[in-house]
Design a binder for this molecule. Structure first.
Ligand code: 3SK
Length: 515
C-alpha cells in the first residue's frame, strides 16, 4: 500500500466524491478558493513541474509562502513527487533565511511576492538553489532562474503520487525554539495522519461539515495541523488569511466567514478579549470550538473569552518535534490554567534531573511518547540524541500534575529559577500579573539584586490608556501567589519579544537592569 501522505489527504477525496467540495477559501486578496478536485490536479502538476526541473526524491523545496491557496498546492505537490517541502516562517529576516536556505540546501524556493524584498538578499549568494518560483510576478534573480508560479506550472504533466513508506521522510519544519537557533525538524509521512487521528479526531472531533480558521499560520506546526491536515483528513473547509491577524481582521473574518472552529494563540486571545470588552459589542456566535497552543493560556483569558463568545477554548500543548498537540483539555471538560491530560495515543511523564518520575505535586520535566515524533534534527546529531531518547521526546517544559491528574505549566526548564531556595515559575508570576486590572501581558525573568541574590523581574504591557501603581501591583502578586515570588522590578514596555508563533523570548529580557 502506498503510504505517501498525499494519498490519504489529497487523492482519497476524489474517490470519496469530494472533488467539487471547497477545501480552501481565501479571506483576503482576491478571495480565491480551491476545491479538493482542483487541489489534486494542481498539486500533481506542481509535482510534475518539480520533476521537469530535475528535482529528485528527498530534495528540499523551501517555501516562504503566506497562507494562500498556493501553500497546499506546493506542499502536497512536493510530497506527491517525493520531494521534501520545507515551509518557513514568513516573518524572518534575510539573514535567518540565508542561514536556513544554506542549512537545508533547498534546490527550489517558492516565495510569495509580498515577501520578495526581504527574501531577495538571502538568495543572492546561495549555491544550492536552482530555481526561485515567485507566487506573483517573476523577479530579477541575478543569474538564478526566477519564474512566476504560473510559468513554472505551465504545461507541466501531472505526477502520479510516488510510492512512499510511512516511515519515509516527508517534510521538514524549522524550529528556533526559545533560544533563536533554527533547527530543521524532520517529519515522516505517517505523522500527519497520526496527529489527525488523535488530536484532530479524538479531541476536536473535527468533521466534514466544519469550517476552520486558524490565525496561527500554516508554516507553524500548530497551524499546519489546524488549517491543513485536520480539515483535509475529513474533507472539511479551511479559511486562509495571509495578513496579520489583528483583532479587527480576526473579528471581520469570524463575522464574514463563520468558521465553526477557530484556532489562536494566547497573545491573540488576550488582544481579542481586550478589544471586545472595550468595544462592548456582541460577538457573532458561530464558532463551536476554539483552540489555543504555542504557550499556556492564562486562566483569566480563557474565562473571559468563554463568557464573551459562549465557546470554550481547548488549551493544549504541543511542539514542532511532536508535530501537534499531545497534552490537552477536552471539549466539555476544560480547566482553564491547566494543559489538561494526555491526548489519546500519547503518553507523558514528569521526571527529575536524574530521569526519575517525580512525586505527585512536584515539578518535573515533561517527556512525551507518541506516534508523531520527528525523526530528528537535520545535521544536529548531539541535539537529536539529547531530545529524542528512544521512544521518548524531551520537551524542555516544566510541569506539575494536580491531584485530579491535570498538568499545569510551570515554564521552560531553562526559564525556571530559585528564589530563597524555592523554585519559581515565571509563568505563575505572569498569570498573577495579568489578572491585575490594566495589564495586557507580562513576562518574568530572573535577575540578580545588589547582593547577587536572584529575584523575579517583570516586564508588563499595559492595556490602552491604562496606568498602574507598581507598589499595589507587587502587593497583589504577594497576596496571590506568595511573598517571595513578587517582582522586585517592574518595567512597562510597549511589547514583549516573541517568536512569530507567540512564545515569549525570555532570553532577550535577561539583561541586568540598566543603571
Ligand atoms: O507550542 C505548541 O503548543 C505547539 C502546538 C502544536 C504544534 C506545535 C507547537 C509548537
Amino acid at each position: 500500500m502506498n503510504e505517501n501522505a498525499a494519498v490519504y489527504f489529497v487523492d482519497r477525496h476524489l474517490d470519496e466524491g469530494r472533488a467539487a467540495k471547497t477545501a480552501f477559501r481565501e479571506a483576503d486578496g482576491a478571495q480565491r478558493s480551491l476545491t479538493y478536485g482542483a487541489l489534486a490536479e494542481q498539486a500533481a502538476r506542481f509535482g510534475g513541474a518539480l520533476e521537469r526541473h530535475g528535482v529528485r526524491r528527498e530534495e528540499r523545496v523551501a517555501m516562504i509562502v503566506r497562507d494562500q491557496i498556493e501553500f497546499p498546492v506546493v506542499f502536497w505537490g512536493a510530497l506527491k513527487a517525493g520531494a521534501i517541502p520545507v515551509p518557513l516562517n514568513t516573518l524572518l529576516s534575510a539573514s535567518v533565511y540565508e542561514t536556513i536556505l544554506n542549512d537545508s540546501r533547498a534546490s527550489i524556493l517558492v516565495v510569495s511576492e509580498q515577501l520578495w524584498d526581504t527574501v531577495k538578499p538571502a538568495i543572492d549568494g546561495n549555491r544550492f538553489l536552482r530555481a526561485v518560483v515567485v507566487i506573483g510576478e517573476a523577479r530579477d534573480c541575478d543569474g538564478k532562474e526566477c519564474v512566476s508560479f504560473d510559468a513554472f506550472m505551465d504545461g507541466a504533466h501531472p505526477v502520479e503520487t510516488v510510492d512512499a513508506h510511512g516511515d519515509e521522510l516527508a517534510f521538514w519544519l524549522y524550529s528556533s525554539g526559545s533560544t533563536g537557533v533554527p533547527k530543521g525538524v524532520r517529519h515522516v509521512h505517517s505523522s500527519l495522519k497520526a496527529t489527525s487521528d488523535t488530536f484532530g479526531a479524538q479531541v476536536l472531533g473535527i468533521c466534514e461539515d466544519d469550517t476552520v480558521f486558524s490565525a496561527a499560520k500554516l508554516f507553524f506546526a500548530y497551524g499546519l495541523g489546524n488549517g491543513m491536515s485536520f480539515p483535509m483528513s475529513v474533507g472539511a473547509t479551511t479559511i486562509l488569511f495571509g495578513g496579520r491577524p489583528t483583532p479587527d481582521a480576526v473579528f471581520d473574518i469570524l463575522a464574514r466567514e463563520k468558521p465553526t472552529i477557530f484556532c489562536g494563540v494566547p497573545t491573540l486571545y488576550a488582544a481579542l478579549v481586550a478589544a471586545q470588552e472595550k468595544a462592548g459589542t456582541a460577538p457573532v456566535h458561530c464558532v463551536r470550538l476554539c483552540t489555543s497552543a504555542g504557550e499556556a493560556l492564562p486562566r483569566d483569558i480563557g474565562e473571559r473569552w468563554e463568557k464573551l463568545w459562549a465557546a470554550e477554548i481547548v488549551d493544549g500543548v504541543g511542539s514542532t518535534e511532536m508535530l501537534h498537540i499531545f497534552l490537552s483539555n477536552r471539549p466539555g471538560d476544560i480547566a482553564y490554567g491547566t494543559s489538561g491530560i494526555a491526548v489519546p495515543g500519547y503518553e507523558v511523564r514528569l521526571v527529575d534531573e536524574h530521569d526519575e518520575d517525580v512525586a505527585e505535586g512536584d515539578v518535573g520535566e515533561l517527556l512525551v511518547r507518541g506516534p508523531s515524533s520527528a525523526e530528528g534534527y537535520w545535521n544536529r546529531r548531539s541535539k537529536s540524541m539529547s531530545t529524542f531518547q528512544g521512544h521518548w521526546t524531551r520537551t524542555g517544559d516544566k510541569y506539575e500534575r494536580t491531584k485530579d491528574g491535570r498538568f499545569v505549566y510551570c515554564g521552560r526548564t531553562d526559564d525556571m529559577f530559585k528564589v530563597s531556595g524555592i523554585w519559581v515559575s515565571p509563568f505563575e508570576v505572569e498569570q498573577a500579573l495579568v489578572e491585575y486590572p490594566g495589564i495586557l501581558e507580562a513576562a518574568v525573568v530572573a535577575r540578580a539584586d545588589d547582593k547577587d541574590l536572584i529575584k523575579p523581574a517583570a516586564f508588563i504591557v499595559l492595556k490602552e490608556g491604562a496606568e498602574i501603581d507598581t507598589d499595589a501591583l507587587k502587593e497583589h502578586v504577594k497576596a496571590k501567589i506568595g511573598m517571595w515570588k513578587y517582582p522586585r522590578w517592574v518595567s512597562v514596555v510597549d511589547e514583549l519579544p516573541k517568536t512569530a508563533t507567540g512564545k515569549i523570548q525570555r532570553f532577550k529580557l535577561r539583561t541586568p537592569e540598566p543603571a
